[in-house]
Write a protein that binds this ligand. Structure first.
Ligand SMILES: Nc1ncnc2c1ncn2[C@@H]1O[C@H](COP(=O)(O)OP(=O)(O)OP(=O)(O)O)[C@@H](O)[C@H]1O
Length: 206
């Protein structure tokens, strides 16, 4: 379970959100909504433990982020505006390198299966710098499928994806949730139908 208690953040001297409190159980998805600049990315980064620009308590499985320390990251995948891929490496090398750096066992065959699932059969060995934006995003999504983690945090995951890939992402999210995973995402686009439907958190300008 992800628990958020009294989360407050400001950026550049401006209060973004204050005293946010909610909990997400296994199988639940939260769609964070709100206008540009309201603080959605800031919230997702705070929940992923990628910023310290906030105060309040974020707990995962009953233990606070600070108590988890560096081990917290192993519970989640984060997809940000940038795809966090090394440009000179192929999608396959990116995936295998990530797994190695994180000390996770991932066979080449399992990595290939994930890359095929995200539709990258034709560019598995190309350096990422030669991929289109949508292909880069697919390559970034491959790690969600190759390295199972219970918490998925996705900032505008639909950006650059074509219609077919958007529908597939909806399917992967649904499978993740039905397997007991938790997901938080932002999207200015309508997200493909999920079962169960996401809960909504609307951030409003303060
Ligand atoms: N590094 C930074 N330093 C100062 N202010 C920042 C910084 N990053 C973001 N901000 C400010 O924090 C506010 C919230 O930004 P954030 O990216 O969280 O918004 P958002 O809701 O995700 O917006 P969008 O829908 O445009 O992606 C914005 O007003 C932005 O100008």
């Amino acid at each position: 379970m992800l628990q958020v208690q009294g989360l407050t953040a400001e950026r550049g001297g401006r209060q973004l959100f204050t005293e946010l409190t909610f909990a997400l159980n296994a199988g639940e998805c939260l769609h964070v909504q709100g206008p540009n600049g309201v603080g959605k990315t800031t919230l997702l980064k705070a929940l992923a433990g990628l910023t310290n620009t906030h105060c309040g308590v974020v707990s995962w499985q009953g233990k606070s982020q600070s108590d988890w320390g560096d081990d917290f990251a192993a519970n989640l995948h984060y997809l940000g505006h940038r795809d966090a891929l090394k440009d000179t490496l192929s999608p396959l090398e990116n995936l295998l390198t990530l797994a190695r750096l994180q000390g996770v066992g991932l066979s080449e065959n399992a990595a290939l299966q994930a890359l095929l699932k995200v539709g990258l059969a034709a560019c598995i060995d190309l350096p990422v710098r030669q991929l289109s934006q949508g292909q880069k995003r697919r390559a970034a999504l491959a790690r969600f499928l190759a390295l199972p983690r219970p918490l998925w945090i996705m900032d505008e995951p639909l950006v650059a994806l074509d219609i077919a890939a958007q529908a597939e992402l909806g399917q992967w999210l649904a499978e993740h949730l039905s397997g007991g995973g938790i997901a938080l995402l932002t999207s200015h686009q309508e997200i493909p139908e999920l079962i169960p439907a996401p809960r909504i958190l609307l951030l409003e300008a303060m």
